[in-house]
Design a protein around this ligand. Structure first.
Ligand SMILES: [Zn+2]
Length: 307
């Protein structure tokens, strides 16, 4: 889930920062890399983090239960825009709930739905916002960034406006949609999971709610901000979400998940859509459903949600 400067620089940059902000953007991501290193060092060395509070109203928490609850709203934050909704008329029918489809191959090229989500964030919160997608295949562990299915929106919980923007966006995505369905916009976008402010929310396990992310309630030092997603929101999309096929984008609800559940078991890929595509033979065919080419795209191993 963590952004890596090497991955971003090793690939064609998806995002072009408007105006003269390139230095700031580069600095911010260089800092992310440094913070990540410091964070790992702190964990290895067992350094006890100090409690932190700042003008944004953010304070660390030490609660370590299984269910974390949603991140508590910041206090005294500035106004922030809310997303305007879908670009098309939405049907009352809901898409099939997201399932866990962890990264299993490497094709970091941003997928259409992922790119649209990144564009959507910038359209609402400003073209200066940094939203990253691809990551190099040799950087870190399993991550949907390596399949162009994840975004890192660089918003900092310690920055009042950043936090206001982040919370406005999450409230819209996870709150009732225009039909009153909880998490409706997240389901319609094909959100697989979100990492933000010490917590993780799973679209594929909605009843579980927000839970603590990787022991972060006891890692309140600023040096753990990157590891604990306090300086960015990570959003992984299902293949359908990443392909832009969910109802948020085209107004048509999906009635079936992308792949059968047994795709995550070991062994040969089942005789599914992609297998049929392979049968075409010498043609390189792109799947309009997955955005992927033919090959081993369905030879999926069970994921551990690392990276
Ligand atoms: Zn990420």
């Amino acid at each position: 889930m963590l952004p890596h400067i090497k991955g971003h620089l090793a690939l064609p940059s998806f995002r072009v920062r408007a105006g003269g902000g390139s230095f700031e953007s580069g600095f911010k991501h260089a800092l992310v890399g440094a913070v990540s290193f410091v964070s790992i060092s702190a964990v290895v060395l067992g350094i006890a983090p100090a409690s932190v509070a700042n003008s944004s109203g953010w304070t660390s928490t030490t609660w370590t239960g299984v269910r974390a609850g949603a991140p508590e709203p910041g206090v005294g934050l500035p106004p922030a825009p809310a997303p305007p909704g879908a670009p098309v008329a939405l049907p009352p029918e809901m898409d099939t709930p997201p399932e866990y489809e962890g990264q299993a191959q490497c094709d970091p090229t941003p997928k259409p739905g992922t790119a649209r989500l990144a564009d959507y964030i910038r359209a609402v919160y400003g073209s200066q916002e940094s939203v990253w997608i691809p990551r190099g295949c040799d950087v870190g562990g399993q991550s949907e960034h390596k399949e162009g299915r994840a975004v890192d929106w660089m918003v900092d919980v310690r920055d009042a406006q950043d936090r206001a923007n982040a919370e406005s966006f999450l409230n819209w995505m996870l709150g009732p949609d225009q039909f009153g369905v909880e998490y409706g916009n997240a389901i319609r976008l094909g959100i697989m999971y979100i990492g933000w402010n010490d917590r993780i929310w799973r679209g594929y396990d909605i009843q579980r709610g927000w839970t603590e992310l990787k022991g972060c309630f006891s890692k309140s030092a600023k040096s753990s901000d990157n590891y604990c997603h306090r300086n960015h929101i990570h959003i992984s999309l299902t293949w359908d979400g990443a392909s832009g096929r969910t109802s948020f984008w085209d107004g048509t609800p999906l009635s079936a998940p992308f792949c059968p559940r047994n795709r995550s078991t070991a062994g040969p890929a089942p005789a599914t859509r992609a297998a049929a595509v392979v049968g075409i033979g010498q043609f390189r065919v792109l799947s309009s459903r997955s955005g992927e080419g033919v090959g081993d795209s369905l030879s999926v191993a069970a994921g551990s949600m690392e990276g």
